[in-house]
Design a protein. Structure first.
Length: 470
């Protein structure tokens, strides 16, 4: 990130052509630099200067002007609006100017060069949001939520990210930090003024307080199981023998003919991936080559990729051919699935789901522990979708988790470790100074979620993942 005293510039709209484009300039010289790139139209009836004062009456628009944009040689490039956001009233908290142009790549790039020539500096990824953080406009958790909102692929993802940007996680973390600060202060007073009876902590009070904080942290960590899937999505691999109907089921789940389907075994020779939205959850659906013994090098590579997809998937959908009896390979696959599920069967908490496909052709009994489906008729698909959803985020109404970010979950886990050490130390009657150190570390871990502690390497790591222009 650049020195906060510099004025930075970047295109704030996505790359490529579009109806509208936006160039953002933020910093103390934003108005001056923007003024060099803009000439107000004399027929608008507005004066040529921009007024950075925020105190305008209702209906006044002194900070919005229509005119023409200028290149480095003062030639005309385009026409549109120049908007000035006063200090303290902008996203960054700084004086900010935005140039609203037509979405021409050439126009925006030329305006960037003109702004640089006028004294601006090219913004780093996430620099505008970083400045908003530095200027107290938002905290680190809310800043990361803005990135997630930009990256959202489903409406549900966008809703969760928006709530986090509005402070849903920060509001859950703040009371925990307040509780720890209170007990740290009381503990330090008890250590510092050991002879003063009024500073002594009531018996068991500290252990109970720490236990309460642990319970609340555990609630947040528990939300991450579903929260991770909401934010990052899941990978679902379809595996099974050739001609079991994996590609037909793949198409049926997508509700479009994406995979080639024939009666010839081994038609799918490579992995095929498509995105599926399952009750608001983004799922990467992976169709794989049939698992079998092969001699052909191309088919061998396809089977190898299928096995890799199986290992890397969050969920594995085993597709069995219900029109015939199971073979040894299918029995082995079901055995592995049951073993990984901790003996709780395929309906347990593991990552495996097994379906018996082609039930429209089956005359014998159903295969125990599997879901009966027909990719041809769609029978059983509703139950399959419900099972996949339950495996990913549980059953019941899909709540909006506040912990979706792996960094936040890791910070909560670290805080829990420190709090657990503190509880043990209290029970073992260890020196109060050591207990306080654990409480302070837990407080620091929780504070790192919202960025209360000035850790530059943490900020650099977080904001490097943002897009330029935000």
């Amino acid at each position: 990130m650049h020195d906060p005293e510099t004025t930075v510039v970047a295109v704030a709209t996505p790359p490529g052509r579009g109806g509208l484009g936006c160039l953002r300039i933020s910093g103390s010289r934003a108005g001056e630099i923007a003024g060099r790139l803009f000439e107000p139209r004399p027929d608008t009836g507005r004066r040529s200067g921009l007024d950075p004062s925020p105190d305008h009456g209702p209906g006044q628009s002194k900070n919005i002007q229509f005119g023409r944009f200028l290149d480095r040689d003062h030639g005309y490039l385009d026409h549109g609006y120049l908007v000035l956001f006063p200090h303290g009233r902008s996203f960054t908290g700084e004086l900010t100017a935005e140039l609203w142009t037509h979405g021409s790549v050439a126009v925006l790039q030329e305006l960037i060069q003109a702004a640089l020539a006028a004294g601006a500096t090219a913004a780093s990824p996430g620099e505008f949001t970083y400045r908003a953080l530095r200027n107290g406009r938002l905290d680190l958790a809310r800043a990361e939520a803005i990135r997630d909102l930009i990256d959202a692929r489903t409406r549900f993802q966008a809703q969760v990210a928006f709530e986090q940007a509005e402070g849903s996680l920060s509001r859950r973390i703040a009371p925990l930090c307040d509780e720890l600060e209170e007990w740290i202060a009381r503990g330090e007073a008890a250590v510092e003024f050991v002879e003063e009876s009024e500073t002594h902590l009531p018996d068991g009070a500290l252990a109970r307080a720490i236990g309460s904080t642990i319970a609340k942290c555990n609630e947040l960590v528990a939300e991450y199981r579903a929260g991770r899937v909401v934010r990052d999505g899941a990978r679902l691999a379809l595996v099974g023998r050739p001609n079991a109907g994996k590609s037909s089921l793949f198409n049926r789940l997508l509700e479009e003919d994406r995979a080639i389907v024939t009666d010839v075994p081994g038609t799918t020779r490579d992995t095929l991936e498509e995105d599926l939205v399952l009750d608001g959850i983004p799922v990467r659906l992976i169709d794989t080559a049939g698992l079998r013994e092969v001699r052909d090098a191309v088919e061998r590579e396809g089977v190898s990729r299928a096995k890799r997809a199986l290992e890397q998937a969050d969920l594995v959908l085993v597709v069995l051919d219900g029109s015939r009896d199971l073979d040894d390979l299918e029995r082995d696959t079901l055995g592995r699935a049951g073993s990984e599920s901790g003996g709780s069967g395929l309906a347990g908490s593991g990552r495996w789901v097994a379906v018996t496909n082609k039930i429209d052709l089956r005359s014998g009994p159903e295969i125990e522990g599997t879901l009966p489906v027909s990719a041809k008729t769609g029978e059983g698909l509703a139950d399959l979708r419900a099972t996949l959803r339950e495996k990913l985020v549980g059953s019941g109404p899909l709540e909006h988790p506040v912990v979706t970010n792996g960094r936040h979950a890791a910070a909560l886990e670290a805080a829990l470790a420190s709090l657990t050490r503190a509880v043990t130390a209290v029970a073992d009657q260890v020196s109060e100074e050591l207990v306080l150190e654990d409480l302070k570390q837990a407080r620091a871990d929780l504070g790192s979620i919202t960025g209360e502690f000035d850790v530059e390497d943490l900020y650099d790591r977080v904001f490097s993942t943002f897009c330029i222009g935000k």
